[in-house]
Design a protein around this ligand. Structure first.
Ligand code: DLL
Length: 495
């Protein structure tokens, strides 16, 4: 059998294929067990065909967890989204003062929502809206129906609350099962979950998904790197879940400990909660001998499980039967067409505890509705390209410069002039806070200056939940803004 096959298709499938100019022909294809053999030629001449002979061996694609929803036709999906949006809007309008006021202010009634595109009539909401109604203002059900609470880190004062009913936890488990299945997780797998357990959503989100699949969960949480590596070897971990930077740190400490990762059964890593790049993916894959997939989510929406990469590693599938995405121009709020970069906005179509309508995430990306080779039909988003605000993500923790400023302003002898320097060393993030002190403090004895640094470090730790190194500097040494925004942060990380 002879089939014309595009080089692009082959390169997409097998990144190891040597670059060849001109058309390629797959001369024969057979598929015994899990192996595909391609005999590639650059000629159609069957009598004299063999220019290149290549043999590929790889596993079957990972299974699709919920074919009915993940591969739904667009027509059906739009009907489903419309019905779900109508239910959502009716529910919040009847049960929640915050939403009723917001909708009345915008002059929209539940009956105005006739189609999913009518979502554009509804007002946006922001993190500030959420904090203003802390702790229970977004609840659209009885508080006694809430079975679990998570909160965000990273804002001064009140955090954002995500409250889950039993049904919401079921939805979370479902979208996380889809995510894990994209990484080839089955009931036979062992998931080492090194995302933090607690109010952060990473730990329990992965946990619920793995439980739903029936995989073995190793709920090790973050940190304690040598123990992580021991556990990985002893329990035969096959799936690793943590931040991408932590996976590189594990690889590095593992190499120092003499671990040969190619000999371990580890096959996939599901990495997210912070920015990372294709280069970083390459490095992780090479060092850990795994396939590394990007997973995205945020506390305000559900936690991880909002969008995830499939084995094609080409854009993240949004679970849009539950989370409806839009891209807007961050300055004007106007919707942008597919392919154009802008701010990502989400509406939770099925959540009962703390439903969210048109939440402005501040994350920048674009949408792509082209078909993915994996068979899923959902819209996909590009990996996150940046943020519209000044939020930093340090070791997976969201940090706003304003939080640091708040702490500094409470401390006597400290000037409100500071600079944040973020670096990545040995694959771990480090934050240094340089802060000006008054003349009187600066001329004090060294031991008193050191004590002040320690005091600030302690107070910062209490607020940020990560360690920062504080360096006191002479008055008037930090560059002042000359009209524009002051440049508080120098992020030296090459990601
Ligand atoms: O980081 C949820 C999560 C846990 C996602 C585990 C993936 C894995 P938050 O702490 O609320 O929630 O932070 C949400 O983190 O708005 C993005 O700016 C950033 N973020 C999350 N995933 C990614 C990713 C969790 N894959 C904020 N790439 C979001 C880039 C990400 N940034």
């Amino acid at each position: 059998m002879q089939v014309l096959i595009s080089a692009q298709h082959l390169f997409a499938e097998f990144s190891t294929l040597p670059i060849t100019n001109g058309p390629l022909f797959a001369y024969s294809i057979c598929r015994p067990y899990n192996t595909i053999y391609y005999v590639i030629t650059s000629t159609t001449d069957d009598c004299n065909p063999v220019i290149l002979t290549i043999q590929f061996s790889f596993r079957e694609p990972a299974m699709i967890w919920n074919r009915e929803y993940e591969c739904m036709s667009r027509k059906k999906l739009i009907l489903l989204q419309t019905r779900r949006l109508q239910n959502l809007v009716r529910m919040v309008y009847n049960n929640n003062d915050f939403y009723r006021k917001k909708m009345d202010g915008a002059g929209v009634k539940p009956s105005d929502i006739k189609h999913i595109s009518d979502i554009a009539k509804l007002p946006f909401m922001t993190k500030t809206d959420m904090r203003d109604v802390y702790p229970y203002g977004l609840l659209s059900c009885d508080v006694n129906e809430i079975v679990e609470i998570h909160t965000s880190t990273g804002t001064t004062g009140k955090p954002v609350v995500d409250a889950y009913t039993k049904k919401d936890i079921e939805i979370w488990s479902e979208v996380m099962a889809r995510t894990l299945a994209m990484g080839d997780t089955t009931a036979k797998d062992r998931v080492q979950n090194a995302y933090g357990y607690g109010l952060f959503t990473g730990g329990l989100g992965v946990h619920y998904g793995a439980r739903k699949i029936g995989a073995m969960v190793i709920p090790i949480s973050g940190g304690n790197t040598k123990r992580q590596l021991q556990v990985m070897k002893d329990f035969g971990t096959t799936i690793l879940t943590c931040t991408p930077s932590y996976s590189l740190y594990l690889a590095e400490v593992g190499a120092e400990e003499g671990i040969d990762f190619s000999k371990l059964p580890l096959k996939t890593g599901l990495f997210g909660a912070e920015f990372w790049s294709e280069n970083m993916r390459k490095e992780i894959q090479e060092k850990l001998h795994i396939k590394a997939l990007d997973i995205y989510g945020l506390t305000e929406i559900i936690g991880p499980g909002v969008a995830s990469e499939c084995e094609r590693q080409n854009l993240l599938h949004i679970f849009e039967d539950h989370f409806y995405p839009e891209i807007i121009n961050p300055e004007t709020g106007q919707p942008l067409p597919d392919g154009e970069k802008g701010e990502l906005v989400f509406t939770t179509l099925t959540k009962d505890g703390t439903p969210v309508i048109r939440y402005r995430t501040r994350d920048i990306t674009y949408l792509d509705r082209s078909k993915c080779g994996c068979g899923r039909t959902s819209v996909r988003m590009h990996r996150i390209l940046g943020r519209t605000d000044d939020m930093l993500i340090i070791r997976g923790v969201n940090v706003f410069p304003s939080q640091i400023e708040d702490v500094l302003l409470r401390i006597e002898g400290v000037e409100p002039q500071y600079q944040l320097i973020v670096e990545r060393r040995d694959n771990l993030d480090y934050l240094e806070v340089q802060v000006e002190v008054s003349d009187a403090v600066f001329s004090d004895e060294i031991k008193n200056l050191e004590a002040k640094e320690k005091q600030i470090e302690k107070e910062l730790h209490e607020v940020l939940l990560i360690s920062a190194k504080v360096k006191l500097v002479e008055p008037k040494t930090i560059a002042r803004s000359e009209g524009g925004k002051s440049k508080r942060t120098i992020d030296k990380r090459v990601i």
